[in-house]
Design a binder for this molecule. Sequence first.
Ligand code: SAM
Ligand code: SF4
Length: 463
Amino acid sequence: MNSRLDVPLESLTSRPSAQAHAFVPDNNSGRTFYLETFGCQMNDHDSEKVAGVLLQRGYRQVETPDAAGLVLYNTCSIREKAAHKVFSRLGLYREANEGKIIGVLGCVAQQEGEVIFERAPWVSLVCGSASYWQLPEMLVRLEAGERRVTGLDKDTDETFETEMTRRDHPFRAYITIIEGCDKACTYCVVPFTRGPERSRTSATVLEEARRLADAGYTEIQLLGQTVNSYRDPSPRRMSFSELLTAVAETPGIRRVRFTTSHPSDFGADIVQAIDAHPGICEHVHLPVQSGSTRVLQAMKRTYTREEYLERIAMIRGARRPISITSDIIVGFPGETEGDFADTLSLLDAAQYDSIFSFKYSPRPNTAAQHMAGAIPEEEQGRRLAIVQERQRQIQTTRNELLIGQTLEVLVDSQSRREGQWAGRTSSNRMVNFSSPSSGLLGQYHQVAVTGAGPNSVLGNHVL
Ligand code: SAM
Ligand code: SF4
């Protein structure tokens, strides 16, 4: 497994690798954990932090639930299918979980709460992400033999700060800068499962960026459900765009990404920061959800189609060629053929470089759950296929425009086929390329683009 330990906060000056070793806890304690993560990048990164807390307490990570004393599932409930997955995992333990402690973390934990103990009495820990900061204390209680430990309080202004984070990606490191969400999109469980919006201080974020740079990372991704709603709680009062610039200016950091941006909070200052600083990646993920103002209002997205397209025009007006990606939901209750046609025409107008598209899925506690005008699953599937086909054509055309250009990629994988590598551009485009060189992983290289498909471009290493 590719994973690295972050450098602990208290020893910032000596070499990172030595610090990581100094901080590796006693692995002979016999305490082992298995952690499986479902869902988004925020969950992935939460799991990195949870793993850091466990490693620091002397636990050792193992690759299978069978080998573990503590089995944790970090769950997602954004759509129904994702939430179901965890219950099928928990079903595996009905018969035999001798001596194992089983825990459910994340969004399903927060959403279902103590009901999980009723559905799966062999579970001992149910903890939502807003309570992760209390994990060390919860672990003490579990280790002392308590069988029902919960962390379900959401009304918190605490963020999850860890002294150590176990990093899964060898080249790109995540930093959560804002947790929770204060928006109220009518389809979305996140405000219920992740609690209110709370930002970390700019000083803490910048210190983490410095530690990551010291540990050898060159690319940082700032995370938040609405990352650009960031509000520095310290007297420094850094704006999101100032923080972005400051992270990009951290010595050793070559690229900083950020996701997800909410259109209503997306100001010209962010575009100006991207233009002014080559280290800020030329990519904005700006989910629109629907191209119909009527549906956007029913979703409580707080912008109209026209206002959204104004943001797109502002981004397209930048000096740098900023790529724009989005999320689309089809089949929201009451979505007419006309509304759906508006979504398709918005795809044409926005010319996204890529999208994530979903069938609307009713979620507990949300305002849309009982809205009239449910769209049958089959019709949702039809609309989804049409959206995906339209977008596939747009992406192919956009990628073909890159043929003949030379792009810089951060090389992040090597194919089994000799001499074949892959990496991502600043615009987050996947580039597959040929090179006779070896040892390219983690390095930045120039690639001449020779071909294009809908999801990636092809090229040759410029030596
Ligand atoms: N905070 C981000 C934003 O506002 O754009 C998105 C967060 S959510 C984890 C990721 C995406 O899941 C959303 O942009 C939306 O497209 C999709 N999503 C959320 N709730 C959904 C639901 N009930 N049914 C289908 N898709 C949903
Ligand atoms: Fe959910 Fe809307 Fe918040 Fe995004 S902005 S997390 S879609 S409520």
